[in-house]
Design a protein around this ligand. Structure first.
Ligand SMILES: [Zn+2]
Length: 775
């Protein structure tokens, strides 16, 4: 009894760090038993290290114990979860930090939740809100309310602390700093000579109760806490946490998914990752990497030995698995069979065997995490400079040299002018004062100036091989003094002096040595160039690296489906958006454009994505604005400019939301954060309702503003009357927001509606269970 009593406060010491120990004890017990309005006046969100020590303090005998009761339920952890869920725009001033009081006052009582969790008596069913589609057609969607979302996030935080270090290095998605772009960077930089590859496709089936049981067994290996595992089981039963392995909605910010499911997928696939890692290590051991000098040299020269060690690479982004080998087709086939067998037998998953086939890396493209991969020669990724580019470069360098020379000459001229002026002045003075009435003598100074000038000129002259050559030629080109017959008749001193002079000319002006040096330099450069060319050619023939492309066809299909372009691929207006305000129309386009730019910035053909955003989206936006105001395209451009500036606020400030042409041009492969796909903002329009509804609170997580406007959600698939499940009509690999959100009404404050339009906020970041009824 005493032990359990003592253990409990341990977590609470982290919760209320600044309080004296005795107070903490009494506070904790009082709240756990009777929720009170102000028990933890100073509870603050946890820093990462505090979080880690809080979780680790429940680790003994190889397992974590009573996590739900003492860690998840801890008010400070719940507050941390609240903090994680809250999003605000990058431009706005951050809102004041959440406290237990502010959350309790506006949203729900954290103390009560903490108590319910610690006693394991949280009524989950009442927190799962079904969202019914219009006229009750189709399936409903079950979403957690804000309180349950906080619990999900709290569980995710705890699991992240426990598991993140244990995941394989090639497991991406749902992890900090391990997103799509990091995976792509790995593929681009580390994979050598891929020859065959395959990606695993799963059959369409939800993560069923069998899988949940398996998942709980896996969690049980590290966590001995039946209450927590039961809670996770119940979350799946209530369908508030779902995992759809064959779907495309994972990692896309759609409301069907939550961050907890990402980490659960990673936990589920962890054994598979370990198995694959083992296989990789075994292969590497069987095919040790030779050091350069251990290789047997070829008969003619050492450069002719090419050794390609057999390697296996793997990348897993949530449920997308890509395995790459540098070996033969047979070996890859064998590997594929083993991978599929493991997934079927050990993870109880259904693999679509028709779609899980191996492809040649060189001759076929493969689709992975929304991008297209292909193995190509290095020169395709970094093409050598064309003749034209080289010529242009040379021309540029020459022009630069000329400009430099002109600048120098101008300086010289000015200096001389100034010197002459000075001399003139001095001379005049000298005349006026009849000679010798100086305070000081300037001869020395003048002499010095002249001597430095002289030195400079000589040095400059001697630097130039051509000038020396010319002078040398002139001075040594036969003179009568060199003719033997005449020399005899001339005074001895004169001939001697002449010979001496010739020697000096040879010594200082003979350009042979310098010329040789120049020639040597040129030859070396040429040789280097040749060597580089040879190396490049050999590399092109022997090395392969991965080229990552944006799927342009899919993007084109998407922009046609949404209606940015007509059948001819020309920009056209979107009539659905015309009821929006000007700024919102531009923000909507900006949200789509920026997301595409973010998502594909690592691609080789990024330039083409830029054109689509910079031209097709921009002009579709201009045309939409034009049609809305019944103006011509020219008038619209005159009003908004091509950068789509809008005047906002009472001060008449101009704001630019859409990336400018210049900004787009400068964009490159720099962002490494996990980008959110465009699907969520592309298929969603929020239309302001003209109604005098009573004030509602903004439904963005933990936003307490009540100066809101009600917006109605319009979904693209409903508007176009398309079924997202039908791949022929819909764009494959593009997710869709669940039908049941169509025509729902959401009260939002001005900041969060703007963020939603701009695509920085997704439907995952708003409380979809708090929609209001407007009829
Ligand atoms: Zn808000």
């Amino acid at each position: 009894m005493l032990l359990t009593l003592l253990r409990k406060p341990k977590s609470a010491t982290f919760a209320a760090v600044n309080l004296p120990l005795s107070v903490k004890f009494s506070l904790l017990f009082s709240t756990l038993r009777h929720p009170q309005p102000h028990p933890f006046p100073e509870t603050q969100p946890l820093e990462k290290s505090a979080l880690q020590s809080l979780v680790l303090s429940h680790f003994h005998h190889g397992k974590f114990h009573s996590l739900l009761q003492n860690v998840v339920a801890s008010p400070s952890l719940l507050l941390t979860a609240c903090h994680n869920l809250r999003k605000h725009g990058p431009d706005s001033t951050p809102p004041p930090p959440l406290t237990l009081d502010s959350v309790s006052a506006h949203f729900f009582s954290v103390q009560e939740l903490s108590f319910q969790l610690s006693k394991n008596c949280l009524d989950i069913e009442s927190c799962c809100i079904p969202i019914f589609p219009e006229a009750n057609k189709g399936t409903s969607l079950v979403l957690p309310n804000l309180k349950l979302k906080v619990v999900l996030e709290a569980i995710r935080i705890v699991l992240e602390v426990i598991y993140d270090d244990r995941f394989a290095t090639f497991s991406y998605g749902g992890r900090a700093n391990m997103g799509r772009h990091t995976a792509i960077r790995y593929l681009k930089n580390s994979v050598e000579n891929p020859s065959w590859w395959f990606s695993v496709k799963f059959d369409k089936a939800l993560f069923g109760s069998r899988h949940v049981e398996k998942l709980c067994l896996m969690l049980g290996e590290k966590i001995e806490d039946n209450a927590l595992l039961d809670l996770i089981r119940r979350l799946f039963e209530c369908k508030v946490v779902t995992i759809d392995l064959s779907g495309v909605c994972l990692g896309r910010g759609l409301p069907q998914e939550c961050a907890l499911s990402s980490i659960l997928i990673n936990v589920y696939f962890n054994v598979f990752d370990k198995e694959l890692q083992e296989l990789r290590l075994k292969t590497n051991k069987k095919n040790p990497k030779f050091k350069e000098n251990e290789l047997v040299e070829g008969p003619s020269d050492s450069g002719s030995v090419f050794y390609k060690p057999l390697k296996i690479y793997a990348v897993r982004y949530l449920d997308e698995i890509l395995v790459i080998t540098s070996g033969t087709k047979m070996l890859t086939m064998d590997l594929k069979n083993r991978v599929v067998k493991f997934l079927v037998e050990n993870l109880d998953l259904k693999v679509d065997k028709l779609k899980t086939v191996i492809h040649s890396a060189v001759s076929e493209k493969i689709e992975f995490i929304g991008m297209e991969l292909q193995a190509v020669a290095p020169s395709i990724l970094r093409p050598p400079k064309t003749e034209k580019a080289i010529r242009a470069r040379k021309k540029y360098l020459r022009q630069k040299e000329v400009r430099l020379l002109e600048l120098k000459n101008a300086k010289e001229r000015n200096r001389k002018k100034l010197g002459m002026k000075l001399l003139n002045h001095v001379h005049k003075k000298l005349k006026q004062s009849n000679g010798f009435k100086f305070d000081f003598r300037i001869e020395n100074e003048v002499r010095q100036v002249f001597s430095t000038w002289g030195d400079e000129v000589v040095r400059e002259f001697l630097k130039s091989v051509d000038e020396r050559w010319e002078w040398h030629r002139k001075l040594t080109a036969g003179d009568f003094l060199s003719l033997a017959r005449i020399r005899d008749k001339l005074p001895h001193e004169l001939v001697n002096a002449y010979d001496n002079f010739q020697n000096q000319v040879d010594k200082y002006l003979k350009p042979v040595k310098a010329k040789k040096q120049l020639e040597e330099e040129a030859r070396r450069r040429e040789e280097e160039e040749e060597e580089k060319y040879a190396q490049r050619t050999v590399e092109d023939l022997t090395r392969r690296c991965i080229k990552v492309d944006a799927p342009l066809e899919l993007i084109r299909k998407a922009i046609k489906t949404v209606g940015f372009t007509n059948q001819m691929g020309r920009p056209r207006p979107i009539s659905l958006l015309m009821v929006l305000e000007d700024a919102d129309i531009i923000k909507w386009y900006a949200g789509v454009g920026r997301r595409w730019l973010d998502f594909y910035c690592c691609c080789h053909n990024f330039r083409k994505v830029k054109i689509i955003v910079s031209y097709h989206l921009r002009f579709s936006c201009i045309l939409t604005l034009a049609e809305k105001h019944e103006a011509t395209k020219r008038e619209t451009i005159r009003h908004f400019t091509k950068d789509l500036k809008v005047i906002c606020g009472v001060n008449g400030d101009e704001k630019v939301h859409f990336p400018s042409e210049r900004e787009i041009k400068m964009m490159g492969d720099k962002i490494l954060s996990d980008p959110t796909a465009v699907d969520g903002s592309l298929t969603l329009a929020l239309i302001r309702l003209a109604s005098d509804e009573p004030c509602h609170r903004c439904i963005s997580h933990f936003c307490d503003r009540t100066d809101t406007v009600v917006y109605r959600i319009h979904l693209l698939q409903k508007y176009l009357d398309l079924n997202p499940l039908d791949e022929n009509n819909w764009v494959p690999q593009m997710g869709a927001i669940h039908d049941s959100l169509h025509r729902k009404c959401a009260p939002l404050c001005s900041e969060h509606i703007s963020e939603l339009y701009m695509g920085r906020l997704t439907l995952q970041d708003i409380d979809c269970t708090a929609f209001v009824d407007v009829d």
